[in-house]
Design a protein around this ligand. Sequence first.
Ligand SMILES: [Zn+2]
Ligand SMILES: [Zn+2]
Length: 120
Amino acid sequence: MHRKGSDPENMQPEDFLCDFCHNHWSEARPMIEGHQGSLICRQCINAAFTAVVLAEAGIDSAFANTTCNVCLEQRGGTDPYWQSPLIDTACICQRCLMQAVETLEEDPEYNFVRPGGKPA
Ligand SMILES: [Zn+2]
Ligand SMILES: [Zn+2]
């Protein structure tokens, strides 16, 4: 998300906030962009991947009407979600999460390794 009151003509790193933790963009906190300016930072991607993929603890049917913040689709029943422990309205579906992980992995600048390492 963009910080309230930010100037669209003159956006600063502090104006780009992760939808899932509300920390702002920085070199240590790169972000992946979703629909309508939604953002998820590397730290939240790590936490989400650990919970949804490694621990298989994604949220499913109880939140079937929850909209993914990143693709803006209701994917309950299709994909498990990760719900931010900090902002309980912020959810990402597994499909968007995997896209974010792959985007980070593909760019050598991020030097990103998914938790648990990439399967061979
Ligand atoms: Zn975050
Ligand atoms: Zn999604």
